[in-house]
Design a protein around this ligand. Sequence first.
Ligand SMILES: [Fe+2]
Length: 353
Amino acid sequence: MGQILIVDDEKSIRTTLKIFLEREGYVVDTAENTVVALDLFDQNAYDLVLTDIIMPKVTGVELLEKLRHRAVDVPVIIMTGEPTVDTAITAVKAGAFDYVRKPLTKAILLKVVNEAMHVRGLMEHKKRLEEENQIYQHHLEAVVSKRTEALVKTIQSTISVMSCMMELRDPYTAGHQRKVGNMAATIAREIGMTDRVIDGIRVTGYLHDIGKIAVPLEILIKPSKLTRLEFDMVKEHTNSGRLLLQNIGLSIPVAEVVWQHHERIDGSGYPRGLKKEQILMESSILAVADVVEAMTSHRPYRPGLGLETALKEIETKRGREFEADVVDACLTLFRRKDYQIEDQFVHTRLFYE
Ligand SMILES: [Fe+2]
């Protein structure tokens, strides 16, 4: 039913009210003054307090204020023998639930107590719901964060596997995509691009030649110069790459960037012969990283040409085939910041709000 504390300096009132309420099924404690009342409060969880207003030393209103100070949100009913408007206002201001005149009839006592207990029940229910809601919310956040982490890991592994598939097929270009992705990301950072674009460029670099899966292996590993027809087949890897990646949605348009990574700003690139304004900055960055990495590495038809030759190549074609800002950033990295080409797979955030 509920636990009630009665505070009154008159024993006969304490006893009468206790008997009335216990008959109704309540558990009732009594206190003759506020010191005893506060002591009992420390030891019990009351659902309601009925207190006299005028008592020696500490009044009922002061008791109410002390309880509120302890953050006790239990309803308090103030009883008084001499009701005045002032005492009523003081009691309500201090946070009393109700204000009743003594002597109380049994009917009035039960009416105010039952009402207070009903409100108390509603408050408790609301509090429980809020607590449950909070627990549920924390739990939900933890589940979402765990699932997102698992999803990111899965996608990162998938990208790594897709990237490595090309190496298994054509070991001669081992590490090419990773090195290009890492170099392109570093160039993007040097240019001052945002983290989300840098991460997007890195991942796109890891996958940029995925379309070569559709190019016959004999052509990829041919140790001599390619015929025109064979070269046309190699060029197709940009179109195949776009098709393979068209449904990937990351922080940059991955499929479009891959489609454009062999375009040149003077229109001499492939597959569409796009010009400067038509080419995405991300593709211009990949193009420079791609050429530098490819020229420094061995190929079936030639040994590596060395870093300086590769840098001279992009320097010569700066502003003509390659975007000037990208070339400048790349040259700064290698010539002034001692950038070393990195072969490791770097995990990125992949998702941004
Ligand atoms: Fe390529």
